[in-house]
Design a protein around this ligand. Structure first.
Ligand SMILES: *Cc1c(COP(=O)(O)O)cnc(C)c1O
Length: 370
């Protein structure tokens, strides 16, 4: 049974050389580079030789299990060009661990994450010219793993395809931060204990779009997913979520996010924010907590003037300030700095992470592609 092996890589370069889009024409995840990485797996032989080849359609039997039973998972990461022209990726080891956990859960094959990171690096090098330059610009990396066994019987896949595509992207908010409004949602559930909401499985996302459209009709951009009889806050559809509360007992600020109990996607950005906040915020002024908190607690604190700020976190936007949350027919207003679309900590955290991603702050989390 062959392991994933980067030394077996076969490269077929594309004959076509796409024109690059201007930075201001980049729409998130709409255009892709000229090449893709593709690796087949079979139960009998293990991982085949990896291939980098021209970007193009897949040919799959219509009965393939990915189409019928959602044997699909993905990852989202980014490559950044630093001021010296180095290409960097942010904590790829974390994405590889998560991808393997997702694979294990739906009986798709696992692999050596360091080898896939190496192969992704080679793909990025080949399509390096697509990495847009400038703060906020990057190359979005989408590793995908699907079951390709043909036949509509329901069983574990004995064939799979791992592929990686790349998309040049601009800053999530072209005009700087733009705070979002969320609708706290209790009539539909994104994830539940014992479920798979903590895995990046495609099957978790399609069912969340209808509630999102409903929220949009009422003027909100995304759902804030609640869970359980207490209406605990979990996360947003593609972001983890943080609140800052003022604690009147000790006069400290509390940075709080929900604990990883299986109902929360284990965000790399979330983990990074928690680690940096614990390292860098003054403990005389700050508490950093992973704990349960309900939407009622948020509403009460807002009422008492103890809600300081709120933001979502994820690879796409790094942090995304939140300005209001619809709940039970009225809005919880989240304070923003005067004349700004964000709170103070939101801005600070964004800068911490971006400085590491772009190599301004030399940090072990930033992985330079050789
Ligand atoms: C990907 C994702 C996140 C953010 O994870 P990062 O690793 O920080 O990009 C949060 N929630 C959901 C549901 C996600 O799919």
């Amino acid at each position: 049974m062959a392991e994933l092996d980067a030394s077996k890589l076969k490269v077929t370069l594309s004959e076509k050389k796409s024109k690059l889009l201007d930075n201001d024409k980049l729409v998130f995840g709409r255009s892709f580079t000229d090449h893709m990485l593709s690796i087949e797996w079979t139960e009998a032989e293990g991982w085949a030789a990896p291939e980098i080849k021209p970007y193009g359609p897949l040919v799959l039997d219509p009965s393939c299990c990915v189409f019928h039973y959602a044997f699909e998972l993905f990852e989202g990461m980014k490559a950044y060009k630093d001021a010296k022209g180095n290409i960097r990726i942010f904590r790829p080891d974390m994405n590889m661990i998560r991808m393997n956990k997702s694979a294990e859960r739906i009986c798709l094959p696992k692999f050596d994450g360091a080898v896939l990171t190496d192969l992704i690096g080679k793909l990025i090098k080949i399509d390096e010219r697509f990495i847009p330059e400038g703060q906020g610009f990057s190359l979005y990396i989408r590793p995908t793993l699907i079951g390709t066994t043909a036949g509509v019987g329901v069983h574990h896949p004995d064939r799979a395809l791992l592929y990686v595509i790349l998309s040049p992207v601009g800053p999530y908010y072209a005009t700087g931060f733009k705070a979002v409004s969320l609708e706290a949602t209790d009539y539909a559930t994104r994830a539940w204990p014992g479920g798979v909401g903590d895995k990046k499985l495609g099957a978790n996302y399609a069912p969340c779009i209808l509630p999102q459209l409903e929220a949009e009709k009422r003027g909100y951009q995304q759902n804030l997913w609640l869970f359980g009889p207490n209406n605990n806050v979990t996360e947003v559809g593609s972001m983890n979520v943080f609140f800052v509360f003022k604690n009147p007992q000790n006069n400290k600020n509390e940075l709080v996010t929900a604990p990883l109990d299986g109902t929360i996607l284990e965000g790399v950005t979330r983990d990074s924010i928690l680690k940096l906040a614990r390292e860098r915020l003054n403990p005389d002024e700050w508490e950093v907590n992973e704990r349960y908190y309900s939407i009622n607690e948020v509403a009460e604190k807002a009422e008492k003037g103890q809600l300081v700020e709120a933001f979502g976190s994820g690879t796409a936007a790094v942090v995304s300030p939140i300005k209001k949350i619809g709940w039970k027919g009225s809005d919880i207003d989240v304070p923003l700095l005067e004349d700004k679309e964000y709170g103070q900590l939101t801005k600070t955290v964004q800068q911490w992470i971006m400085d590491i991603q772009y190599g301004i702050d030399e940090h072990p989390w930033s992985h330079v592609i050789a």
